[in-house]
Ligand binder design. Structure first.
Ligand code: NAD
Length: 298
């Protein structure tokens, strides 16, 4: 079985590494934060003393880091000491461009590289129910498949290098825009005297049906498990949505695509995060619409 090095043992990385251990893989992990190394050790991860030391002898290196700059810098740090032909799998959410730079750097030094960002959040990571969107060579994808399946419920090969990240930004652009559309509909309904439950009962069974309504309903009541019933505790934070739509914006600029709503949504979440909503679920964006309308929840 593959000997896996896992760099970045935060909210997502820790449960992902623990699931690899549960599946029988030998996992050596590293994080800059000592307390996270201790937690990982309790889950059966063999803890390294540095990123460089952790990758020595590994056949697969997985990274789960905050942003592209961290991925490129960790690759710079470890590529020269990793075995020839080692398979690097970056699961972080980073830009398409940075993802391709990291993969090219790996290939230049004789390694192989996949981008494999995820959706499903911390709960998906804990339950091994993540969706992986993978970019890179199909032979490398096939080799990575049993490893990714130990951490996820669905693994999709999206095409060549960077296209896993492309799928991730496109999906999150749909999500960010549709959450705003659902929130605006509830605010309009409030203005018209329509109850939340009546709008929900109609739209959830009509053409307005979508995840942002039926799972992440932005008003308390209709969907018991939605963050709106728990003071908008995430879930998926507005800060992370703003980050992901920032990556979508970079992809729009890189590709020259003409996009309107996705860019507008990026500005709205960034503004909401800046004004105190950063740690709230992104469905809490409904409060900034009520502010604009001078209205209150009814
Ligand atoms: P996190 O901040 O909890 O974890 C990242 C970890 O990387 C931190 O513990 C940090 O100490 C560590 N790190 C940073 N630089 C390092 C280095 N040089 N060497 C070793 N460790 C280093 O973040 P997270 O929530 O686990 O998210 C990780 C990635 O997954 C991000 O790119 C995020 O956008 C993406 N993501 C997060 C979620 C979510 O719900 N949290 C969902 C999907 C995707």
């Amino acid at each position: 079985m593959a000997h896996i090095a896992f760099i970045g043992l935060g909210h997502m990385g820790a449960p992902m590494a623990a699931n690899l251990v549960k599946a029988g893989f030998q996992v050596k992990g590293f994080d800059l934060l000592p307390q996270l190394r201790d937690t990982a050790a309790c889950a059966g991860v063999n803890v390294g003393s540095s990123a460089r030391e952790t990758v020595i002898g590994a056949s697969v290196v997985i990274t789960m880091l905050p942003a592209g700059e961290h991925v490129i810098s960790v690759y710079d740090e470890v590529l020269s000491v990793a075995d020839q032909d080692t398979l690097f799998i970056d699961c972080s959410t980073i830009s398409v461009e940075e993802s391709r730079i990291a993969a090219d750097n790996a290939k230049t030094l004789g390694k192989r590289a996949l981008d494999a960002p995820v959706s499903g959040g911390v709960v998906g990571a804990e339950k091994a129910k993540l969706t992986f969107m993978v970019g890179g060579e199909i032979t490398d994808f096939n080799e990575a498949l049993p490893i990714l399946q130990a951490m996820g419920a669905r693994v999709v090969h999206c095409g060549g290098s960077g296209l896993g990240q492309a799928a991730k930004v496109c999906n999150n652009m749909i999500l960010g825009v549709s959450q705003i559309a659902v929130a605006e509909a509830f605010v309009l309904g409030e203005k018209l005297g329509l109850s939340h439950q009546a709008l929900y009962d109609v739209a959830s069974n009509a053409s307005g049906q979508c995840w942002a309504l039926t799972t992440n309903c932005p008003v308390p009541g209709p969907v018991q498990s939605s963050p709106a019933n728990n003071d908008y505790q995430p879930g998926f934070s507005s800060a992370l949505m703003a980050k992901d739509l920032g990556l979508a914006k970079q992809a729009v600029e890189l590709s020259g695509a003409r996009v309107t709503l996705g860019l507008y949504a990026q500005e709205m979440y960034a503004e909401f995060a800046k004004k105190g909503g950063a740690n709230l679920d992104f469905s809490a964006i409904i409060s900034s619409m009520r502010d604009q309308n001078g209205s209150q929840e009814n």
